[in-house]
Unconditional design. Structure first.
Length: 595
């Protein structure tokens, strides 16, 4: 051959062609099918598809190659038709075959290589047989190499650079074997050897680097989706605590629509729409029944479903702008409590991030919902136990009171009748404890007045109890039997060693949107060793009222929050104070829940 292109010019030409091939390869890496290949998520039919795609990629690389003609001239045009018998095709197909072998294994590499093999036999030329044989062998060997590096999802670019050296070397060996002693073949090998090795190995290395970028993008997308799901699940917690399904649905819809770039968000139960936010709100309304087959499948199978078309959404409004959706079941107690729907204007708007986020968000919200349900059940049981404890009437108190009334009937019948009525009121109130979590503060004060009237009559020579309260206590609620145990504690423990002038003061005041209630006495106060823990844990082995105060504190915190916790102190000149505050009003919704 004469006038062969110099090595430098040939190298530049091959790299120019490889640049175009790598652009096509980069576009290929953005497809969903290619990403499935990276994670080896394919079956036999998909394996055939991948082999065909990369075989066609190899054919395209051959078409974009160059032809060294028998007279030494270089033809740069596309190789679409068979070449002359004395022409040599310098192909770049080995890049595609090596890549598919490294990604898909020996079978895919061999399959793609056989497709390019047939194409080379069709094109002909001096090196047709060598090209035809080297491609399937390369694909098979690349697949075996990938099995050797099976602990790596994708071989590193440095290893790929090293692996990419061998296929063109093998091709040139075949040329020398199939055409022994021909000076034109030897000269062609000398010219194309270095450019072909450099271009193929670097192209394989660049392509594997592209794959690494795709994997990092997917990992970043997954991390972003996980972070979004965790953030939204955390922000959803206050809405999930609502007892009304409608309020839960409205809160979730507002939150998701504000946080995510969606055309619309809908929240339903198993029957119909509870809340809808975004496009289509003129006809996606509260109470509309669920008609989408994908939504019904999601509810039945309790897993995320995707609707990719209006036919699967089955919206009755023909002008509905929504054409795709992701359905996310929220499961409570093994049943679908809510179905969250992410709506999109077009099916292609559903990104992998949206799908991953939906798949992570559903279990997170479901776990929170189940955890809250368990906590509510425990709180209900604990509240019932506390109410039962507080509803128990001290038999000594009852016996002493009846004995006092019996004595008064002889001395002061009017007073006896009055105390009998007070005892009746006191016992009636105690019987109501097991049925309500909150009572009017007015009723609670009446309960305390009934109790103090009886106690003062018993200790009228040495005990004085005063109750100071505002005239208007409407719309103020308190856990029942909260004040009386504190007064009883002062009587039994704080004043037990006081022989005269014992005083208990009960003060109810409205201050800054709160109602402050304090019980003070001039007794001995709380022992210093238990003062830090009284109210925070039951003191069953102490004779200082620890259990009663603990029960009161638990119910205040449980029903009204930490701001209502008991505050206990001793006075420097003797006596003690137990103080707490409650809201001066409670929303009707909360009263209905606690009633």
């Amino acid at each position: 051959m004469k006038n062969l292109m110099g090595i430098e010019n040939l190298t530049i030409t091959l790299f120019e062609r490889l640049g175009l091939i790598l652009i096509i390869a980069f576009v290929t890496t953005r497809t969903r099918a290619f990403k499935a290949l990276l994670y080896r998520k394919y079956n036999l039919p998909m394996s055939f598809v991948h082999a065909c795609v990369f075989g066609l990629f190899g054919i395209a690389s051959t078409v974009m190659g160059i032809v060294i003609q028998a007279d030494g001239e270089i033809r740069h045009g596309l190789i679409l038709l068979p070449v002359g018998e004395g022409d040599i095709i310098v192909s770049l197909s080995l890049v595609a075959i090596v890549i598919v072998g490294l990604l898909g294994g020996p079978a895919l590499g061999l399959g793609a290589g056989l497709i390019t093999c047939v194409h080379f036999l069709f094109l002909g030329g001096i090196g047709a047989l060598a090209n035809a044989i080297v491609n399937p062998i390369t694909g098979f060997l690349a697949g075996l190499t990938a099995r050797f590096f099976s602990n790596e999802r994708v071989i590193s670019p440095l290893k790929a650079l090293f692996i990419g050296v061998f296929p063109p070397v093998l091709y040139m060996q075949f040329l020398l074997i199939f055409y022994p002693g021909r000076s034109d073949i030897i000269e062609a090998v000398n010219i194309i050897g270095i450019p072909l090795v450099l271009s193929n190995s670097m192209a394989v290395a660049i392509f594997t680097a592209m794959i690494g970028i795709v994997l990092r993008e997917q990992e970043n997308e997954a991390a972003l989706a996980s972070k979004q799901a965790l953030t939204i699940a955390k922000e959803a917690l206050p809405f999930l605590k609502n007892d009304s399904p409608l309020e839960v649905a409205e809160g979730l819809a507002d939150l998701l629509y504000s946080r995510l770039r969606l055309a619309a968000v809908s929240v339903t139960n198993q029957k119909g729409v509870l809340a809808h936010k975004g496009m289509g709100d003129d006809h996606h309304r509260f109470g509309d029944k669920i008609g989408s087959p994908a939504a019904l499948r999601s509810i039945m199978q309790k897993k995320v479903e995707i609707a990719r078309g209006k036919s699967d959404l089955q919206c009755f409004n023909k002008n509905c702008p929504l054409e795709a959706a992701i359905y996310i079941p929220i499961i409570e107690d093994n049943e679908v409590a809510f179905l969250i729907t992410f709506y999109f204007r077009k099916p292609e708007h559903i990104s992998p991030v949206d799908v991953m986020m939906a798949q992570g968000l559903g279990p997170l919200i479901s776990d929170q919902l189940n955890r809250l349900a368990a906590e509510k059940m425990k709180a209900h049981i604990r509240d019932t136990e506390l109410r039962n404890l507080q509803a128990q009437i001290n038999p000594h108190f009852l016996f002493n009171t009846l004995q006092l009334i019996a004595g008064l009937f002889r001395e002061d019948p009017a007073k006896a009748r009055q105390l009998t009525l007070q005892l009746a009121n006191y016992m009636r109130f105690n019987l109501r404890l097991v049925s309500k979590s909150l009572v009017e503060l007015e009723k609670e004060c009446e309960h305390v007045e009934a109790y103090t009237a009886i106690i003062q009559e018993r200790f009228k020579e040495r005990l004085e109890i005063s109750l100071v309260r505002p005239d208007d206590l409407s719309n103020i609620y308190i856990p029942p039997s909260t004040i009386q145990p504190l007064v009883e504690n002062s009587v039994q423990h704080g004043l037990k060693n006081i022989t005269g002038h014992a005083k208990i003061e009960i003060l109810v005041e409205k201050k800054n949107g709160k109602v402050e209630i304090s019980v003070r006495d001039n007794g001995c106060g709380f022992p210093a060793e238990i003062l830090p823990i009284v109210g925070n844990q039951p003191l069953r082995h102490q004779q200082n009222g620890g259990t009663g105060i603990y029960n009161v504190n638990q119910r205040l915190v449980q029903l009204l929050g930490e701001s209502s916790r008991l505050r206990i102190r001793n006075f420097s000149d003797g006596g003690s104070e137990v103080k707490f505050s409650i809201p001066d009003s409670i929303p009707e919704k909360k009263k209905r829940v606690m009633a």
